[in-house]
Design a binder for this molecule. Sequence first.
Ligand code: COI
Length: 355
Amino acid sequence: MTETLDIKITPIEKSRVSEYDINNVPFGKIFADHMFVAEYENGKWSKCYIQPYQDVPMSYALSALHYGQSIFEGMKAYKSDDGTVSLFRPLENCKRMNKSAIRMAMPEVPEEIFMGGLTELMKLDKAWVPTSDTGSLYIRPFLISTDEAIGVRPADNYKFIIFCCPAGKYYAEPVKVLIEHHYFRAVRGGVGYVKAAGNYGRSLYPTRLAQDKGFQQVIWTDSETQQYVEESGTMNLMFVIGDTLVTPALSDTILAGITRDTVFTIAKDWGYKVEERKISIKEIFEAHANGTLKEAFGTGTAATIAHIKAIGFEDNIYDLPEIEDRKFSPKIDEYLRNLRKGREEDKHHWMMKVS
Ligand code: COI
């Protein structure tokens, strides 16, 4: 790539935004006007362009479809009360995408391309950023291999693409989660710590089994001992036990969530006791029995904070305190909403203004 990013822009003739109530659309089904594409061929990144969001003709031999060289990120843009559009900690997504790329034997996406494409796209599609308190523009950067060849090896050609969709709350209500100790999301030495598409595909069957039993999501446990909780659905997992905020320590089976880091940083700012460590199923049940399990929730870009109202394990259900009685998670949920709306001082410089 050259020093300055050369993006060829083909704008849409007429925006589709007025066809929708963007403050009230289902998650991930309505796509904003434009998409950014960067192509990698012959060992280097070549063309970068923005075009109207569209389908692409595709070979059925496309390598990403067969062997899963496919990684993605999830991030969000927010519109503050004065109309400013900002991205939330976008450089963290760029870094994590490249961690995923390395693990999946894919080329890293230069920061200049990731950030340059993203900011140009935001300028073109800013009208798609919802104004509601809980709304945001969900941004999906992803990298796929595009060789037309079914030999198993790292591909020679790739496409990095970004598109966006207006989004409201991911979970409308607090969730019931089932502790899963037969199927696993991630294994030691595997790819659980990166955002590989296959991590999500493998989670669908156990999640469907849990949903058939009346749960919305599962809590994943470690595959070696099945004693320790790791994540919940597509989110990191947190508990308030006694007066301490606790989350499973990062490892190669746990994704380093940006919302996870955000919540922990704020909790420390607020003077909460925080611990990153192993959390056993036994500890959760003991805390439930002695009344010290005050809160459980998931954190993630899509969901932000997803309150857990009950935890199932085998044939038992453990109900958790009412959301109104929780002191930490509703407070941080509100704080994050206000920060993103520009109503709180951004002392960690997490919001990056784009227009
Ligand atoms: C995110 O929170 O961005 C996720 O990765 C969840 C997504 C798969 C909807």
